[in-house]
Design a protein around this ligand. Sequence first.
Ligand SMILES: [Zn+2]
Length: 508
Amino acid sequence: MLAITRKIIVESGIITEVLHSDNLELIIDGHSYKFPPGATAVVGFVDCHGHIAGYGMRLSEVSLKDCKSIHDCIAKLQNTKLFRGNWITAFGWNHENWTENSLPTKELLDEAFPDTPVYLTRQDGHSALVNSAALKIAYINELTTNPQGGEIVRSYDGKPTGMLIDNAMALVEKHIPDYSLEQYTEFIKTALSELARYGITQAHDMDVETRFVPIFNELELAGEMPVRVKSFVRAQNNEWLRDCVLPYKGNFFKVQGLKYFLDGALGSYGAALTRGYDDNETKSGFLLLDENTLKNRAKRGILSGFDIAIHAIGDSAVNTALNVAEKLRSDSLLEGSGTIRIEHAQMVLPNDLPRFAKLNVVASVQPYHFTSDTNGMAQKRIGSRMRFSYLWESFIQQGATIIAGSDFPIEKPSVIDGIRSFLTRKSSLDGTIISPNERLSIFEALDAYCVAPHRVHNESAHFGCIEAGKTADITVLSANPYLLQNEPEMPIDVLATIVGGKVAFLNS
Ligand SMILES: [Zn+2]
């Protein structure tokens, strides 16, 4: 069963009995957890596409988003304990929201941090404010010329003010040390416990740097993984081969697959389209790997026991990914082994749609990206091609499998928000429903988050159902999610997250 309000008995991580009861009660290794009327146990949520280390970093770094002045920013920075080497970095300031709107300069930063280099990225990511200590390390002074595509902002006497625009940011950025592996370990721990708060029992971690794999190994050994993780390791340039990463199947941590990029995203005109963008005919994006290179690299991966995840957003990239899948599937050496997933799969040529089912290629979609992208951006970029974009129900009707994720930290890892997008398909620009036929039913939406992720990675024997004999990965919600079908905006909270019979989160 997918969602129930009964008494569930769990012993040593396995569901042993499901009994009748008026209200939900979990009895875990003899411990009773009672929930209020209406609370419902759902098969544990899986977020099928996210970036765990990046999410933890975002949660840990100082955010200057709510600051109202440079004084606010400095006050926040003075409390930080997070350094990169000896640098302080932070992001999110926006002087348009400040009481004093003029572009900031370095003087007050210099007073507060005379010796510590400081690098503060503006909210849009296109400029940064730095102090004199940072300028000195980067050898930037009145004699430094502006790099192409960038500007070192100067005062009337030609001296740098501390503001760096676009490509001038790189002059300083390249001197900032990376975080240490100890810091990354903390980021990963922070992210995992936050994911548990969202009811997530398992996350598929995308484009994982090879050096993070031992961190997860250690966390698993130490019993410090509240949430299960399947890693899809960075493979664009055969990093996994260089660093000798092989598939690994632990209980909470698995090295499951390899991740490749075929193109970029629509917002920055990086998605590879078969013809020009509607709002810029001269641009059509470009492929980051050619068909044969990707096929050969992926084949090597599948032969080593990996699954394959290919980032493809534009219709040309999706077409190429399907061509690669076709070649891999027809290779007698591989004999149909290896799950092949297309991450995002946002634009699909009409002729390519049936190929997903035919080639057994999984569409890994992010319903909330639809909501964010339809603020006008996607409509402008691809115009009438919206009709064949962000497909959901069409995949299912064609017999293909879709799995769902959030792409955290780009979006919040909220499965409930994702389900609302699946059910409503309302544009965030004006609330109109775009291609209503693509909406999913609540049953299909829950399948994409709770059941299909196990099916596509051949784990249905132990996961994806609340019944005796299955692993106790359970998300407890304040209401039955089936009610969202008729009332998609109904408030609904995560009350508890149980992973392998352990309480990863309890809302008390
Ligand atoms: Zn991503």
